[in-house]
Write a protein that binds this ligand. Sequence first.
Ligand code: SF4
Length: 725
Amino acid sequence: MLFGRKQRNPIKIADKGVVEWRYATCGYCSTGCALEIGINANGTPVATRGAAGADVNRGKLCIKGIFEHELFTSSGRGTVPLLRERRSAPLAPVTWDAALDRTASEIKRIQAVHGRDAFAVVSTGQLLTEEFYTLGKVVRGAIGTNNYDGNTTLCMASAVSGYKRSFGSDGPPGCYDDFEHTRCMLAVGSNLPEQHPVIYWRLKEAREKRHFPLIVVDPRVTMFAQMADIHLPVTPGTDVVLLNSLAHVILNEKLEDRNYINEHTSRSNDFEKNLEDFAPDKAAKVCGIDADTIRLVARTYAKAKAAMTIWTMGINQSTHGSDGVVAINNLNLITGNVGRPGGGGLSITGQCNAMGTREWSSCSGLPGYRLLEEPAHREEIARFWGIDPEFFPKKRGLAQTDIFPAIEAGQIKGLWLIATNPMTSMPNSARIRKMLEKLEILVVQDAYADVETVRYAHLYLPAAMWAEKEGCFTNTERRVNFVTKITEPPGDAKPDHWIFAELAKRFENGRKMKVPQTTAEAFEEMRVLSKGRLCDISGMTHARIKAEKGIQWPCPDGATTGAPRLYTDGHFRYADRKAKLITLPFEDNNERPDEAYPFWLNSGRVVEHFHTRTKTGKIGNLNKFSPTPYMEINPDAAQALGVEHMQYVRLVSRRGDAVVMAQLTHRVPRDMVFIPFHFHDCVNRLSLGLLDPYSRQPAFKQCAVRIEPVAQATAGRLNAAMRRF
Ligand code: SF4
């Protein structure tokens, strides 16, 4: 007993009068924690607890999940459709029929005058998978625009692109169970304890049982880096140089798995020659990690019986994001780690159902990882949906990050945003504002009417959220889990699925096709279409998913369980069944600090908030712990500038400025500042967001800023005014 205390004094949880617990899957991050919402005798959700016996989280939840029941009564919810004729007029309530008629008529008007692709659709990673499938069916099959994407382009597009380039298909090969088997972990650009706390807990448990080397690559001394055996504080944007150099050492010292390379990979002739440019002594000068440490890490990784790499936005949000993912795949292919228990790669996804949109939304192709570029895939889906295959475009249209510039260029005239908030999430927000103001029609469909982007909307469609509906999410490790409907949406808000199905009726093809009227109907269509695909879910049913508290795909019809790993047989999705080892030259192509803007600006997530705070900004305890944006600055840099702890400063980039509160910490080096990305009118007033050439994902994490003093009282007032929730 500590300090001589004799009496046990356990924490007492207030009795909330729960009479029933209902099952759901967390609606925040992609960890995919299974939880239960406690309902009191009045039918009101009053508590949340982790679901025991669910493999992902085993009863645990993080601070966001534990308050999730409070979302049902959070402020700012939309309860009725709103419309205005001019953006200068106030939004006024209308009926659903009027709102959907106007949406359909505006889409048809714009398409008739400017062509089908002049109307764009940008969705999210927050809907149920069945809703993504139905949205894809409506957009691809009825509306027929090719400029359709998800906001997942801001977080996972580089992982998708890298998987496709290396393995011939999207789909994370690894799983959380790999933590129990690995002998070495390399974590690149992932602050797991803050971003995905429950995945981190799984990893920590595994390391406590059986210590294995943890190597964290991150420019900041993050919480994760502080727990690592080796921390590599890489120069921003140079991960590819470091990863290529690791591969160089492995090949140079003959530590590779030559049999695996010969049997399961193909490569261009210059693959090994290109790596000669990345000898550790040379690479060290670019990536900032000394040559001896590069050699040590390469040897540790290659000699481990099983070695795995996890990564998040530090890799993806870069002008080399896709190449970074390919470099990780290269590393795991040359060491024969792909498909091995405890080996290979696991991209840690952002949103709760970013995976569901990748698999089923048809954003970048057709459902079930099918491609628009494949005539057989167009034919198959058109036949299944009952439409003419010629209605489909023959290649993918614009990504989200190209849709906005196309508005600026006058090519796109109308936009439908679904559960996404570009006024806070997109880089260079001043430019985004001008683009939104240029639209002839902006329709925003969201659970919250006070989301910042609604200020620019002509039409607002109030949507049900998360467990006000019923269906599936897929988590980071390909686990499909279930969300039960816990409560009704407020007022006249409707499930996204209902909105899609009703809108479809207003289009000729939408009447011709059988659009699923429920998520259960949509799931049945997905099951049929998934047969034989990599993301095969034909062995799943809603009831089975719920009973087993989540099942990983592929799970073909008749399978007793889902597959924990992909590519265990060394067969990949290219025609020759081999993975590609891809040559990756490095070009330093991003903004860098200079005399005028001497600091790197880095950004990331804090544990209390999720994305643009649309939800977490309304939850008392989360907001209390993280109420305001701040800037981490090194104490030496602060002293040189005369900046004190907790003082407001003005950050200036070539795009704009932002006022933040300084937090002095050695987490960041002297030439870097860090700001959480969640807050409106903050980091994205500064960010540049150059795009990765393959994935079109923005380099949020690398640009240059300077720091200026600001009048404290004025800054305090401005800060409060800019963050009303
Ligand atoms: S770790 Fe992610 S999925 Fe789990 S409770 Fe927290 S936010 Fe939800």
